[in-house]
Design a protein around this ligand. Structure first.
Ligand SMILES: [Zn+2]
Length: 343
């Protein structure tokens, strides 16, 4: 490290000789940034992270000393026993483990398993078993888990006995992933991750919204976060989407309009927008569910809908979108970038 600083000092010296005062001042500013960078590099972990970053990624930042955190967003895995999904999920996790940004954790955006809304216990148990097995064999990273509609047990199952099960509804998801509740707040460095639960009962299955308790909790949680710390909201169903009507390809009947408006984007988007507009530190709203990729910049927030790890439910690409996971790089100053990885 000492030799690096010496080299830099020499560059300053040359500038003083060759350039005019204005130019010299620019280099003095750079020197201060380097000193900040040196402090950052005192952390061995930070050093490892920076050393591992690919050149392109480093170049995309004005100052790589801002880099503080990388994570992988992996959504709509829809795992079930079978060669294609098992190999595919394992390949995605192995790809994350080898990614040069070295993600330090994984966000599961929901729909981890193929389906438990309407399936037999035997099939549901086999799907969760595959999830646990493939995760254990292919990653050591911790997860933040978001509930997807297909992770809910039995809501559209006609068998009355299912309703009496102790793990009916969202309980099975909580049990399998050892969670206390379906929404949560976690701080990672200068960033706060607020995982939301979009899935609520409806006579025809479910609808996407926040219930009153959760909305109140979200409002109170956001109010406690200082403005110089940044927020990512994670929901399975997009809070705001422009492309959600494109999911059911070419279908424009009233039936599908009703369905898309109920299940493909949040019905309470206005109320959520009003809340987000009061918190300028909410930088990203992440979601999955659509299996399509989309980014909307609206007010101060980027709404990024991530494509599915399973693509078209393990049958290749859905429309233009091949199976993918996303890697996000977050800086301490609230800026970020991301990469779509077609693993
Ligand atoms: Zn879904």
């Amino acid at each position: 490290m000492q030799s690096f600083v010496t080299l830099f000092d020499l560059r300053i010296f040359k500038c003083l000789v060759i350039y005019e005062n204005k130019i010299c001042f620019m280099f003095v500013v750079q020197n201060r940034q380097l000193m900040k960078r040196r402090n950052f590099l005192k952390s061995g972990a930070a050093l490892a992270t920076l050393a591992a970053l690919p050149t392109a990624l480093q170049a995309s930042k004005n100052n790589d000393s801002k880099q503080s955190l990388s994570f992988a967003m992996l959504t709509d895995v829809h795992i079930f026993p079978g060669e294609v999904p098992e190999k595919g999920f394992a390949a995605a996790l192995q790809s994350i483990a080898q990614h040069p940004a070295k993600p330090s954790f994984i966000v599961n955006g929901g729909d981890a398993i193929l389906d438990s809304l309407d399936n037999t216990e035997e099939a549901i148990a086999a799907q969760w078993q595959k999830w646990h097995q493939i995760v254990a064999q292919n990653t050591n990273l911790p997860f933040l888990h978001c509930l997807g509609n297909h992770d809910v047990y039995g809501w559209t199952n006609k068998n009355e006995a299912v309703k009496n099960r102790a793990d009916y509804g969202k309980k099975r998801f909580l049990n399998e992933l050892k969670l206390q509740q379906t929404y949560a707040h976690t701080q990672k460095g200068n960033w706060h991750f607020i995982v939301l639960d979009s899935i609520h009962p409806h006579p025809k299955g479910f609808e996407a919204r926040l219930d009153e308790n959760q909305f109140q909790w979200l409002s109170e949680t956001l109010a406690k976060i200082p403005q110089n710390e940044y927020v990512i909201l994670v929901s399975h169903v997009p809070l705001l989407s422009a492309v959600y009507r494109n999911v059911f390809e070419g279908k424009e009947s009233e039936l599908f309009t009703d369905l898309t408006d109920r299940i493909l984007a949040h019905r309470d988007v206005w109320r959520i927008k009003e809340l987000i507009s009061k918190h300028k530190n909410i930088k990203i709203c992440l979601s999955g569910h659509l299996h399509l990729q989309e980014e909307i910049k609206y007010l101060h927030t980027s709404y990024i809908n991530c494509g599915a790890v399973s693509g078209n439910w393990w049958k290749g690409a859905l429309q233009e979108f091949a199976p993918a996971y996303f890697v996000f790089n977050l800086a301490d100053d609230g800026t970020f970038n991301y990469e779509v990885v077609n693993y």
